[in-house]
Design a protein around this ligand. Structure first.
Ligand SMILES: [Zn+2]
Length: 748
């Protein structure tokens, strides 16, 4: 009995040792190259496994006819809209959901309740103002009526969503019209914040309105979600349905208005001179034409007209609507010739406070954006693209966006402000493509529009300087090295890119900078521009004027390129690891021959290599380690046929064999860019695909055969892979006294 217990104990100890051994081995593998398979939604007839819309893809449509009155004397908007909703889904709908975004500012809003805050020993005036309940501003939609065929409809408002119950279900393939009347008080964007609202100019008692989310909008009903009726809390932006708009905007008669769509009655709202200049602008391809001059704007803002004018606009196939209005506006425009023959107007609206910066750069930035984005995504087919000046924000809508960039009162401005303004304009105009045309769900995924848009913004900035500046554009987001502090930062504060809009921490880094950098790195370092550009454009073309999801992007990028990117999406979009490749050991070998004398050395003592972290080590190795050539002895005759031992031996004779040991210290698997500097001073760059890590994700050893002797090895010399710690990329570690430096200094 005792003996068998001892045996069992011995056996158990052995098992534990084995299990530990096994465990150690398994940690080398965290399935970083496993196919996304189960993580992605199951393909179906609406969305295919290739990432394209399926053969039964459908989407809803909502057309709007609106009459809007902007009351400048008490800063409110009154509206009346008729929505015609087309149910193209295969489902009968018992009710409709309508978004009431202004209710984020209503007294019962959840937004202030779920916002967090801490006390500090110093609080800014605006912080105290907001804590103290603000200015008792009465925000939110006042819904006056919801009717169909003149008959009131039953509706329920739940915060920012309104459910309209239908007497009869709206049948699949059917459509229905209903009307909503409403009003709301416009928020002061400068004190209450927000994406839209008013700015008050105290000096001449004038308002500048940038207005959006101003009307009840249809929620999206979609194949992968049903009704997207997730409440609007503030961070997660919008999910919207495409449709056609006819909008009458009634404003004080001395106001200038810019809006989504084509101005249908320019001759009724502009002076003869302004009409002439508007026509000139449509044929001006090299520079903007001023339609409303600074002089006219200054005259306008000195008095207040008592009458009103109605500006009529039409827009086709847009997912939203916005406008700007003020008597302060200067207005310029020019035509942009795109390659498919479209000639949209690039336009800017700005008060005198925006000059001289705005008249110089705004419309040119709009033009460059349309050109670059049309090249990399789909050609811009809307008739106009408008940039509107604001004091402090950047916000996008179809064909129109609100952008910051205000010089000092004396007209002076810093380079920082100038680049900030150009970047914001490119970014917000770029949003015409993501998400206005390639219509992703912003409430769910911030990165799908912000990240993709920031990536093409980077490409646009790089083209802008070629055309309009005599220096390299200082792009903030896009270059790999710029993302390192975020990605290698405190892990608890880093969330995966694939995180819902409301739960993101470090919003700008997570949803803008990291996905933009990931795509830039994918383009330059992993796929190469040719494969990447075709695949990215394919995604844009497949999903233009449709509703893509993340899986549609992930799948299309592989489908059009034959590059397995599952590891890339897994690492960069679903994970929080960072890149840190360390070159830990290098061994140098040569083949032992009778002639080279290597055979006289003691082979048994060789093979120690050089520890890269040994700071005392100033050189690769002064002499190579030898290896013995062993002749090919095929076990079977046929296997040995054609093998010429002498030829193989000759090919290896005098060559340098370098065995590199690399460690993946950051966790994110990465391609390895190796720069070899030879003792003669020549340099070679070699790219190893990320799949080198596919068996052992933590450590790899690989042998390279080189004609020339190597003096120095640097991993990722041009900072293309977002490698966080570059000290461990250099071999030998110490810069002083390495053989390449000696060569350069003529000591060798
Ligand atoms: Zn954006």
């Amino acid at each position: 009995m005792k003996n068998s217990i001892l045996l069992i104990v011995a056996f158990l100890v052995g098992s534990i040792a084995m299990a530990q051994d096994q465990k150690q081995k398994d940690t080398e593998w965290e399935q970083k190259f496993e196919q996304l398979g189960t993580i992605l939604p199951t393909p179906n007839v609406y969305r295919t496994a290739s990432g394209a819309p399926g053969h039964q893809y459908w989407q809803q449509k909502a057309d709007y006819k609106m009459k809007i009155v902007l009351d400048d004397s008490n800063q409110s908007i009154t509206g009346s809209e008729t929505i015609t909703y087309y149910n193209n889904s295969p489902d009968n709908l018992e009710y409709l959901w309508v978004q009431l975004d202004q209710n984020m500012r209503a007294s019962d809003s959840d937004s202030p309740l779920v916002g967090r805050g801490t006390m500090r020993d110093t609080l800014s005036a605006i912080a105290v103002f907001r804590l103290a309940g603000g200015n008792e501003y009465d925000g939110g939609f006042k819904i006056k009526s919801v009717k169909s065929g003149g008959k009131g409809m039953s509706y329920t408002i739940n915060k920012t969503m309104m459910r309209i119950d239908l007497d009869q279900p709206l049948k699949s393939g059917g459509n229905m019209s209903f009307s909503i009347d409403w009003m709301y008080n416009i928020n002061n964007r400068m004190t209450d914040g927000g994406r839209s609202g008013l700015e008050y100019f105290e000096k001449e008692d004038n308002y500048l309105y940038t207005i959006a989310q101003f009307f009840p909008r249809m929620a999206v009903y979609i194949d992968n979600e049903g009704w997207q009726n997730k409440q609007f809390l503030g961070s997660g932006e919008f999910a919207l349905t495409f449709g056609d708009y006819e909008v009458d905007l009634t404003v004080p008669s001395d106001f200038i208005v810019g809006a989504t769509g084509t101005l249908e009655n320019a001759n009724e709202v502009l002076t003869t001179d302004q009409m002439d200049r508007f026509e000139q602008a449509k044929k001006s391809y090299d520079k903007p034409v001023i339609i409303v001059t600074e002089k006219e704007a200054k005259k306008n803002e000195k008095s207040k007209a008592t009458g009103t004018k109605t500006w009529r606009f039409k827009a086709k196939n847009v997912r939203d609507y916005a406008f700007c209005a003020s008597r302060k506006f200067i207005w310029d425009a020019m035509a942009v010739k795109l390659s498919d023959g479209n000639e949209p107007l690039a336009m800017s609206y700005y008060p005198k406070e925006g000059n001289p910066l705005w008249e110089e750069f705004s419309t040119l930035a709009v033009k460059q954006t349309l050109e670059t984005y049309s090249k990399f995504t789909v050609e811009y087919t809307y008739p106009v693209a408008i940039s509107v000046h604001t004091a402090s924000i950047g916000m996008e809508y179809p064909m129109i966006c609100f952008n910051y960039g205000r010089p000092n009162e004396d007209g002076s401005y810093s380079d920082r402000l100038k680049h900030g303004m150009i970047s914001v304009i490119i970014h917000e105009v770029g949003h015409n493509f993501f998400p206005m045309i390639i219509n992703s769900d912003e409430r769910q995924w911030t990165w799908m529009d912000e990240g993709l848009n920031t990536f093409v913004q980077y490409l646009t900035e790089q083209e802008f300087d070629d055309n309009y500046l005599d220096y390299e554009y200082p792009s903030r987001r896009g270059p790999a090295a710029n993302i390192v502090p975020y990605m290698s930062g405190e892990n608890g504060l880093v969330r995966p890119i694939m995180t819902n809009s409301e739960q993101i921490r470090q919003f700008g880094s997570n949803a803008y900078a990291k996905p933009a950098t990931a795509l830039n790195l994918l383009r330059t370092t992993i796929m190469g521009p040719e494969l990447f550009d075709k695949a990215f454009k394919t995604y844009a073309e497949r999903w233009a004027f449709k509703h893509p999801t993340p899986a549609d992007l992930f799948r299309t990028m592989e489908d059009a390129s034959a590059v397995d990117l599952d590891w890339f999406w897994r690492g960069w979009f679903y994970g929080t690891d960072y890149v840190d490749v360390s070159l830990d050991n290098v061994r140098w070998f040569q083949m032992q021959t009778e002639e080279n004398g290597l055979e006289t050395r003691n082979i048994k003592g060789a093979g120690q290599g050089i520890d890269a972290n040994d700071k005392g080590k100033k050189d690769l190795a002064s002499t190579p380690e030898p290896f013995v050539f062993k002749e090919w002895e095929g076990k079977y005759r046929e296997y040995n046929q054609g093998v010429d031992n002498n030829r193989i031996k000759q090919a290896a004779d005098g060559k340098n064999f370098y065995e590199l040991t690399l460690k993946n210290k950051g966790g994110l698997v990465s391609p390895i860019l190796i720069q070899w500097t030879y003792v003669d001073g020549s340099v070679e760059l070699e790219k190893i695909p990320a799949e080198i890590w596919k068996i052992n994700e933590k450590e790899v050893t690989k042998v390279f055969m080189k004609d020339k002797e190597v003096a120095k090895i640097v991993i990722d010399p041009d900072k293309m892979t977002a490698d966080a710690y570059t000290d461990n990329n250099v071999y030998p570690r110490s810069n002083e006294g390495d053989r390449f430096e000696q060569f350069k200094e003529g000591k060798d």
